[in-house]
Write a protein that binds this ligand. Structure first.
Ligand code: SF4
Ligand code: SF4
Length: 166
């Protein structure tokens, strides 16, 4: 995964893909779930998360109370000790998030707590959410962080503009 190349491509395509996602808020192709499932499966043949880890380096997951309890227990720590050491509470949402990036659990480009990682990490990049278009703002935000999302939305845009009344 060439992250430098990804950043250049993301910067170049971000605005047009964001506009596409805005439009997708209003016009939803009739077979959207099938289209997303097909393009997502094709995209994962070209993207290897283990060679990337850009989400772990540039973003933070949200840690739910369940996540904190599970990961703290895995590390033989108390939840408060875990929060004090690595997390901060966001002022607007009051979500618990990492205080710094890259994530402290990223070791040699791999998640060192993979089996007990936050649900947010397990679900990232959220392409399986239903309905897909309810997460358009999330995908807009992730275009510059996640090559998988950038490729999926770029391919969706090409197919939708070619095959649908748009
Ligand atoms: S917990 Fe693991 S998967 Fe989640 S951001 Fe940290 S290193 Fe990445
Ligand atoms: S989910 Fe996206 S940003 Fe994270 S490792 Fe996979 S391709 Fe990279």
């Amino acid at each position: 995964m060439d992250i430098k190349k990804f950043r250049v491509t993301a910067a170049r395509k971000k605005n047009s893909l964001s506009l596409f996602l805005d439009k997708l808020d209003e016009i939803v192709p009739h077979d959207m779930p099938e289209l997303v499932a097909r393009l997502d499966a094709e995209m994962w043949k070209d993207v290897n998360c283990q060679e990337c880890a850009n989400c772990c380096k540039t973003m933070t997951p949200t840690f739910t109370p369940k996540d904190v309890k599970r990961i703290a227990a895995h590390l033989d720590m108390k939840p408060k000790e875990f929060r004090d050491k690595w997390l901060k509470k966001e002022t607007d949402s009051e979500d618990w998030v990492n205080s710094t990036q890259p994530c402290q659990f990223l070791v040699n480009n791999k998640c060192s707590i993979y089996e007990v990682r936050p649900a947010d990490c397990a679900e990232f990049p959220h392409h399986n959410k239903k309905p897909f278009d309810a997460y358009n703002d999330t995908f807009k935000n992730n275009l510059i962080h996640c090559p998988a999302t950038l490729i999926l939305i770029d391919r969706m845009k090409k197919v939708v503009e070619r095959e649908y009344e748009w």
